[in-house]
Design a protein around this ligand. Sequence first.
Ligand SMILES: C[S@@+](CC[C@H](N)C(=O)[O-])C[C@H]1O[C@@H](n2cnc3c(N)ncnc32)[C@H](O)[C@@H]1O
Length: 217
Amino acid sequence: MPCNCCEITDSAFSEAEARSDLKSYRRRGPAEHTKLILNAIRSLHLKNAELLDIGGGIGALHHELLDDVADKATHVDASSAYLKEAKDETARRGHHERVNFIYADFTSVASELPQADIVTLDRVVCCYPDFHRLLKAAAEHSRRVLAFTYPRETWYLRFGLRVINFLQRLRKDPFRVFLHPVAEMDSLLKKEGFERITLRRLFVWEMALYQKSGGVA
Ligand SMILES: C[S@@+](CC[C@H](N)C(=O)[O-])C[C@H]1O[C@@H](n2cnc3c(N)ncnc32)[C@H](O)[C@@H]1O
């Protein structure tokens, strides 16, 4: 179901960029920020889980987790270029019957989707203006675990993202990047019944893994 968000992300993520991401994944494996999510999830020793990957791009998280953690996955993405590459790789790995692909803004279709054990958003909240809406919907769809990466709140990223958005304005491109307040995202997830059990940092990205309070994972 194409949407305004999809129009914006479709123009932001070109077919060439998606192809290049897949090429890099095939050569070098998952990116460092994606590895943080994979390691944190694998440390929980879940088996036969259902995965909901929001904004999964070329699908690295489900390509990997379907090998040992998940039985099936849903990949919701607002970029048709990324979905095409994700589908090709899924077929190449023989996972095509285990992944459901949905072209949509997750917040628009969330009410039609079932819950999953694990919900992931790798570098997605920073593409979306309303993190409350996106994260709340994501949390409501997780039975056990939610893991996501986002840009760190540092002076150099505040400056860098301002420059990127300034250039986007000059190009008259409506796509923007967002540095959302980590404390507010954390407090939202706590209100939704999750506790943060892992926090890891790279130079740009931070990864937080939340588990439903009560330790059901
Ligand atoms: C920077 S890319 C990250 C892709 C991949 N997760 C990765 O880390 O390589 C952001 C992705 O999030 C998707 N996205 C952003 N907002 C979304 C939303 N509201 N619903 C679904 N997908 C969304 C974009 O289409 C894009 O595929």
